[in-house]
Design a protein around this ligand. Structure first.
Ligand code: NAD
Ligand code: UDP
Length: 311
């Protein structure tokens, strides 16, 4: 049995990871300040004696004896990370320093939840880990993109300078149950709008693309990455390479919800990436043939069933 700390454990991805690691017989410490996460996401885990909740803000140091750390604390939706950009970058940078400092002191292995956003508005398609990205350092997305890039740098330097055992994953757009209905990201927005019979809000002309990964596939990849060969540090892309335009996504959500909602167009936010698709050959090679197994229709059906509980 390992003792595992998950920062951001009450969030969308974190709550699924807590459940998976508990089911494998580990002791799980779920740390969260509940900025975008919710106790509701982890309520059913609270009866498990191996589960512990800690209200804490990761911009301040935290001390505990742990074997592994998954560092997920950071708002992920543009609406939420742009609400207080200074806090967002502090969470990524100071959160990395505090969790890496803990890993160094107690000799824990530590995994960073980085993002496809480190590629910015990519000039290379699909994106391989070797691509350095095209990121605006002073735009509205910079607090998130540059914070995550700096965190990757810190992880690598703690490994080189202090021999900390690190792992870096770059997560591409992921969706599923436990997303906050007011999260603001495209999948939850479209599903909630369709279920309520409201207009579906496409930003821009809807030709921009994203590649959507169901959360169970991501969690499988995260666990495999933590267990991977100690010489493999990443960064490694974890995403589903099937790419869709926002127009295609809207139509699919309308079809699967049997909704009367109409599609409307709203202004495209500044610096919105035009396309995004992971090259996952490195993950396949290094993580025992890992690849996503749940495609969009099946994943959307499960997610729609979850959001129906809010109507
Ligand atoms: P989320 O917003 O649902 O979860 C983030 C969690 O971190 C929340 O529970 C929030 O309350 C917590 N948090 C935020 N600031 C904190 C702080 N200062 N101290 C302690 N806790 C704090 O988002 P998510 O989709 O679950 O994302 C989890 C991680 O994965 C994030 O680091 C995100 O950047 C990364 N990621 C997610 C996606 C995706 O598509 N879901 C894509 C790329 C990267
Ligand atoms: N988007 C949209 N309507 C919405 C929310 C988002 O058309 O109600 C678009 C957004 O402009 C972007 C894509 O959907 O092009 C994905 O946005 P999201 O915020 O989910 O993730 P990210 O931009 O970080 O990939």
């Amino acid at each position: 049995m390992k003792r595992i700390l998950i920062t951001g454990g009450a969030g969308f991805v974190g709550s699924h990871l807590c459940e998976r690691l508990l089911n494998e017989g580990n002791e799980v410490l779920c740390l969260d300040n509940y900025f975008t996460g919710a106790k509701k996401n982890i309520n059913k885990l609270r009866s498990n004696p191996n589960f512990e909740m800690i209200r804490h803000d990761i911009t301040a140091p935290y001390f505990a004896e742990v074997d592994e750390i998954y560092n997920l604390a950071c708002p992920a939706s543009p609406v939420h990370y742009q609400y207080n950009p200074i806090k967002t970058i502090k969470t990524s940078v100071m959160g990395a320093i505090n969790t890496l400092g803990l890993a160094k002191r107690v000799g824990a292995k530590i995994l960073q939840a980085s993002t496809s956003e480190v590629y910015g508005d990519p000039a290379v398609h699909p994106q391989k880990e070797s691509y350095w990205g095209n990121v605006n350092p002073i735009g509205i997305r910079s607090c998130y993109d540059e914070g995550k890039r700096c965190a990757e740098t810190l992880f690598m330097d703690y490994h080189i300078q202090n021999k900390v055992a690190i792992k870096i994953i770059r997560i591409f757009n992921t969706y599923g149950p436990n997303m906050n209905p007011a999260d603001g990201r495209v999948v939850s927005n479209f599903i909630m709008q369709a279920l309520r019979g409201e207009d579906i809000t496409i930003f821009g002309d809807g030709t921009q693309t994203r590649s959507f990964q169901y959360v169970d596939d991501l969690v499988e990849g995260m666990v495999r990455m933590m267990a991977s060969d100690s010489t493999f540090l990443g960064p490694v892309n974890l995403g589903n390479p099937n790419e869709f335009t926002m127009l295609e996504l809207a139509k699919e959500v309308i079809r699967l919800t049997n909704s009367n909602s109409k599609i409307i167009h709203m202004p495209l936010p500044k610096d919105d990436p035009k396309q995004r698709q992971p090259d996952i050959s490195l993950a396949k090679e290094k993580l025992g043939g890992w690849e996503p197994s749940i495609q969009l229709e099946e994943g959307l059906k499960k997610t729609i069933a979850y959001f129906e509980g809010f109507i």
